[in-house]
Design a protein around this ligand. Structure first.
Ligand SMILES: [Zn+2]
Length: 302
């Protein structure tokens, strides 16, 4: 199985890093151990890659949201209850529900259905349980509090772990890729509200599912958060530039604003369409872009 995967302990929390420090499709999972209970948060492919003896036990499995990479190791905990924010529950209750969450058209849809089952070990859990923002899991000496942080998906949530003063940010992952809001259940403006709220989070440690792992100190966090959030404005600025000429949404999709043209992402087209259509719609709403009819858009003179 290659090199042993890295772990990092912070009080009651252990971060179980995935391969390549959790770079997608891998991810970093958390284990929180209290006196009475242990919870695993976002079981990733990194748990699947570990030897069975190296995997944690779990009394409950908490998920920040219902995306393939965050549930890829959940099947290892079949006998434990699984929890999601109530808004993301339909995604785990059936494979069709999960596909609705992405909203990809054919032929991407059929290929993706297969991928989430074969590569990400998706198993439907009709009995998965809901949580809501403000809910607290008391593990005995350690607590995990849910902070609803929608936009990436409807139910996307952070978890605050006390007494360790750690906030797990899940897919507000502070990466250079920037915010992802390209699914049917994503929402750009919810994501922006979540980013604004995140600026007010006070903690000693900030953990993410991908790349970054754990940051210490609010200053380091705020700096990364600003760079991450700025990607949204950068996409919008490039879009406005592109719309100096009349263009259709298909032109926008082909040009690529979220992924780079050379990125081999099978679902790039629907993600570009969904992400950038939200930018176009709001630019039309605020009068920065005009709809010219016949599906063409052009930036209004400043
Ligand atoms: Zn995600």
């Amino acid at each position: 199985m290659g090199e042993p995967l890295e772990e990092q302990r912070i009080g009651a929390v252990t971060v179980l890093y995935g391969e390549r420090h959790g770079k997608y499709p891998h991810g970093n999972s958390l284990v929180v151990r209290g006196r009475n209970e242990t919870v695993v948060i976002d079981p990733s492919l990194g748990l699947v890659a570990r030897e069975p003896a190296q995997r944690p036990r779990a009394d409950r499995v908490l998920h920040s949201h219902c995306h393939e990479d965050h549930i890829a190791g959940s099947f290892l905990f079949r006998d434990s209850p699984w929890y999601f924010h109530e808004a993301d529950l339909p995604g785990i209750r059936s494979l069709d529900g999960l596909m609705d969450l992405y909203g990809y058209p054919e032929p991407v849809l059929s290929a993706w259905r297969k991928t989430v089952v074969e590569r990400f070990h998706f198993e439907a859990r009709p009995d998965a349980r809901p949580f809501r923002g403000g809910d607290v899991f008391d593990l005995g000496g350690a607590r995990v509090e849910v902070i609803h942080a929608p936009g990436h998906t409807r139910g996307h949530s952070f978890f605050r772990v006390e007494p360790d003063d750690l906030v797990y940010l899940a897919d507000v992952d502070l990466s250079s890729f920037g915010p992802y809001y390209g699914d049917a259940w994503s929402d750009l403006e919810d994501f922006e509200r979540t980013l604004s709220a995140a600026r007010g989070l006070r903690a000693r440690y900030y953990a993410t599912f991908h790349h970054v792992g754990v940051l210490e100190g609010r200053e380091a966090f705020l700096e990364r958060l600003e760079r991450f959030a700025a990607v949204i404005g950068e996409r919008e600025r490039r879009l406005l530039e592109f719309l100096a000429e009349p263009r259709s949404l298909e032109d926008v999709v082909r040009h690529r604003f979220v992924y780079r043209p050379q990125d081999p992402v099978p679902f790039a087209d629907p993600v570009e369409r969904r992400s950038m259509a939200q930018h176009v719609a709001r630019l039309v709403r605020i009068g920065r872009v005009r709809s010219l009819g016949s599906g063409l858009y052009r930036a209004s003179p400043a």
